[in-house]
Every structure is written in structure tokens, then in C-alpha cells.
Design a protein around this ligand. Sequence first.
Ligand code: PEP
Ligand code: MN
Length: 353
Amino acid sequence: MELESIILPGVDAQRPIVIAGPCSAESEEQVLETARGLAAKGIKIFRAGIWKPRTKPGGFEGIGAGGLAWLKKVKEETGMYVSTEVATKDHVFEALKAGIDMLWIGARTTVNPFAVQEIADALKGVDIPVLIKNPVNPDLELWMGAFERLYNAGIRRLGAIHRGFSSYDKKIYRNLPLWHIPIELRRRLPELPIFCDPSHIGGKWELVAPLSQQAMDLSFDGLIIESHCNPECAWSDASQQITPDVLDYVLNLLVIRDTVQTTENLSELRRQIDQVDEQVLELLAKRMRISKEIGVYKKEHNMPILQSPRYSEILKKRSKMGEQMELSPEFVKVILQEIHEESVRQQMIIMNQ
Ligand code: PEP
Ligand code: MN
């Protein structure tokens, strides 16, 4: 993909690029009061949901196209760029007609290739930045597919929003961060700017600051944060919104570490890591060779591949061994399970030969 910058004129390209505003546009007063507060803190890109995909009927499903006029007012009065979520071609037409500067595709829309394609078709020939939230399920290919659909429609100013992934049991987070997924996205599409949405990952305003810091430490380009002039009274996502003042406080506390490797020491440590990785791979290859030999033996002696007492014993002994080496038991367990699975796969190949 050959992408173009999503940075709008006048917006500082330095990390983090910040998009802020309420979950939903509720009234003209709420939109303008929030926007004024954010503009006073130097925020340049305003967000507000006009059409809200809600889990259950009966909740506030967004003010609808009428609210676009309020975003127009935000633009005129504060000079901020305005952005909103689109989920259908009608949303796209309405948003473009109202002069919205940036669009995003929500997590519940990214999961549906028909919906993404409809949006892509509606955007053909339009030059507007589009951010795509990860699908609610942890499926990187589906996320990639959405970028491809928009790209094939000619959209070159693309960005990603990492908003976390749904899970059955909710513990600390509303949506699990699963950071390795946006990290893999970065590896596959290095030019694609990635925003973190700490509001929807955390689901609680207290988590906005630590999640934002984590995103910065992982070299994310920007943050999209829900901010409301009166969070407790918000019509949607009340528990995760922060006032413009609190947002400003959070942003000022962020430590932005340099993304470029500069020190000699780091190069030396990385050289050591490269060497150790090579040794780890050599040892794994050796282990697989032995495992295959065992496979041949089992085949010749008519033995089954899986010997579960042996497997349980390995897991127990190695976890203990790992602990003595200051490795976490969960980590050791995951690694051993993967290795064991691969050994079984290899032995099955031998059995079927
Ligand atoms: C939102 O940004 O308000 C929103 C609906 O988010 P998501 O699509 O991530 O749930
Ligand atoms: Mn929201």
C-alpha cells in the first residue's frame, strides 16, 4: 500500500496526534461547550458520534443527521477539524454534505465486509482521511481486509484505531487490549498511522491515562479520547469520558519516548538478543529432530503418539524449573504447550507416512 499522510493542515505531526470529543453528540449546547473546552486546550481534531451502534435497542442510538449542523458550528466557531463515525452509505453522503473532515469506521462495522464495501463504494473519488477501528473480534485479517477495501476504492489517507477486543468475561478492561495485534498491524503496514482509543479499551475514565502511556511506549502515533463537558450526565459511555481539563492533565503527564534508537548500549543488547534467539531456534530444531526419532520408534512399536502421563510430567517439571529461573509459570506453560503441539504434529506426519 502506498499511503498518504492523514495529518491535516495546521495539526502538529508530533506524537501523539490527539482526537477528542464526546462519545455522542447530544445537544447543541453539549457539543459546543465540550468543543470550546477542548479548543482552549489546543485540541485540533474534534470527534462526536452522530449515529451510535448500540448493543441493545432502547439505548440512545445517536441524534442522527440533525447533529451534523452542530459539528459545522464547532468548525466555524473553534476552527477545529471535525470527525464522526459512518456505518452506511447514507451516513457517508450526509457527513460529506455537512463538510466533515475525517471519518471513522466503528468496530461493529469493521466486522462486516458488506458494510465496509458499501462505505468504500460511497467514498470512491473522495479525498478524505478515514480511520478504521479494529473489529470487535481479534481478527487481524478482517481488519486488514477493511484497509484493502478502502484502499482499492482510492482512499489513500488511512489510519487505524486500536479500541481493544470483546471478551466474554469482563475483568479490568471493557475490551482487551491484545497489544500484539496492533503491533503486528504495524509490522505489516509500517506506513499506517495507528491511534489508540484508551476510552473504549478501558471503559473507565481512570484507565485513560495508563493506557495512553502504554500506547505511547509502544510507538502509537495518536490517541482518540472521549471527552465530555459533563461526563457523569453523558447519554452514552458515561463511565469512560473525561472533561477537557482532565484530558489536558492526562496529556501533559504523558512521557513521550524517542522512537529512534540512538545509544550504543542498546545496539549491544540487541546483538545479544539476536544471538540468543539464534540459539533458541537451534535448540528447538534439535528438540524437533529428537521428537521425530521418537515418532519413528512409536510407529515401529505400534505405540500411540499421545502419552498423557508423560506430557503432564513434562509440564509440571518444566514449570518448576522455569520458576527457579525467574520465568513466569504461565509463560512456561504456553511455550511448552506450543512446542508439544508441534511435536505431536510432526509425529503424526511420521505415523501417516
Ligand atoms: C465510539 O467511538 O464511540 C464507538 C462506538 O466506538 P467502537 O466502535 O470502538 O465501539
Ligand atoms: Mn463511546
